[in-house]
Design a protein around this ligand. Structure first.
Ligand code: C5P
Length: 406
């Protein structure tokens, strides 16, 4: 899974001969797992058809600022909010000038103004237009506002000129876009994460477990890997595909998870306990399948499992940051604060599991990130976005110490 996997990328194609390369960019982004929507400027439609882009992106394309059907479905503000990243490719001299002015008189420029997401422009124009002081002034303004300029390439142009102004090749644009999702915040750090449920055997065919999907822990693993960390993901049985660049340690029971955590945590910089560890396990697991005895109830004696995150926090060689989760249905903050203190954690991530939007299995979450002196509310967003916010909020506590492990 690459950096672009499941990212919402809005590709805005403006009117230029390079518009066909915008179509190729859409195809490449889709191939890398991104979810792509396309804006076609009026000019772009002279070069390439909405139908082509609809087929390549698998989504309806967008062109008009005030289109009744679009506004009822995904209007310009929804589109702007939907995007994790907006890329204008090709970006003509005219579009660059209009972005510099902050215009909002068509869908492309309006979305570029209205989006909270990063915006990138891949310029494409005649070399003389590129070199013109007006264009260069406009570009300086865009760069000053944090807009990423990708390219252009130099070489032979459609008009016969030779020089800078060619649209960069789509694979190079896709790579430059992917860098937006790589923060390097955890470069050289080792992060150990527990995720998913644990499964406690009653006999060879029966067990006690819970509904944890593992999605939050896996999202954290991906966020840490994207931030440059070495990641060890100790995972109970889940059906998720592990992120790339993550060492996966599969376990079944809480005891196995505990042993793996103890082995890995002493040389970690961060430990995150995102697993839903079963609090109890059967005192003994029957070696053979238990037989039903007619008319008799069966009592299974349960013993407590070790508290993994608390055990890690109590290690002499403790990771610099130990983070746990608290799923609560009442008195969310008070219970979470008490749990953080009792388990010796630096941070606790509290979520209200009485809310159906944020319960086990959901793709979304809304949480409070609480430490002794801080409390941040992270509003409803995908678990991936929540994971990235958590990492960016906690990473500064690590300082710039050298890595503790290789
Ligand atoms: O005590 P409670 O289960 O609510 O605490 C939740 C936090 O503690 C989570 O971070 C979970 O991963 C961790 N935990 C653990 N080992 C246990 C129970 C919970 O690491 N046996």
């Amino acid at each position: 899974m690459g950096l672009l996997h499941q990212r919402h990328i809005l590709v805005a194609i403006s009117g230029g001969i390079a518009a066909y390369k915008g179509a190729e960019l859409v195809r490449l982004l889709k191939k890398q797992g991104a979810v792509v929507r396309v804006i076609l400027s009026r000019g772009a439609k002279e070069f390439i058809t909405p139908l082509t882009l609809q087929a390549l992106s698998g989504e309806p394309t967008h062109s008009e600022l005030l289109d009744e059907t679009a506004e009822a479905g995904m209007g310009h503000i929804e589109l702007a909010r939907w995007a994790d990243l907006v890329v204008i490719a090709p970006g003509t001299a005219d579009v660059i000038a209009r972005l510099a002015q902050g215009r909002a008189d068509d869908l492309l420029t309006t979305v570029a103004l209205a989006t909270p997401a990063p915006v990138a422009v891949a310029p494409a124009m005649n070399q003389q237009m590129w070199a013109n002081e007006a264009t260069q002034d406009n570009l300086r303004q865009l760069v000053g506002r944090g807009i990423q300029i990708i390219g252009p390439d130099a070489g032979e142009q459609a008009c016969g000129d030779v020089g800078p102004g060619r649209l960069l090749e789509p694979d190079a644009i896709a790579s430059a876009l992917a860098e937006n999702f790589e923060s390097r915040l955890l470069e050289g750090k080792h992060v150990v994460i527990t995720a998913g449920p644990t499964v406690e055997a009653i006999d060879p065919v029966r067990y006690l477990s819970n509904h944890s999907s593992g999605k939050m822990g896996y999202a954290l693993a991906r966020a840490c890997a994207d931030a440059g960390a070495r990641v060890t993901l100790i995972t109970g049985p889940v059906t998720l595909t592990p992120p790339n660049r993550v060492d996966r340690v599969p376990v079944t029971s809480a005891i196995e998870m505990h042993d793996a955590a103890m082995r890995c945590a002493s040389n970690a910089d961060i430990f995150i306990g995102a697993a839903a560890v079963a609090d109890y396990r059967p005192e003994s697991s029957a070696p053979e399948k238990l037989k039903k005895t007619a008319g008799e109830n069966r009592v299974i004696s349960l013993v407590q499992n070790p508290d993994i995150v608390a055990a890690v926090a109590a290690l002499a060689q403790r990771p610099a940051l130990v983070i746990g989760f608290a799923a609560e249905t009442t008195e969310l903050i008070a219970h979470a604060r008490e749990k953080r203190h009792r388990k010796g954690l630096d941070y606790i991530v509290a979520n209200d599991v009485s809310d159906p939007e944020t319960t086990f299995g959901s793709d979304q979450n809304a949480v409070h990130l609480i430490s002794e002196h801080e409390a941040h509310y992270l509003p409803l967003a995908t678990k991936q976005v929540i994971a990235e916010r958590i990492i960016s909020l906690v990473a500064h506590h690590l300082g710039s110490t050298s890595p503790t492990s290789g």
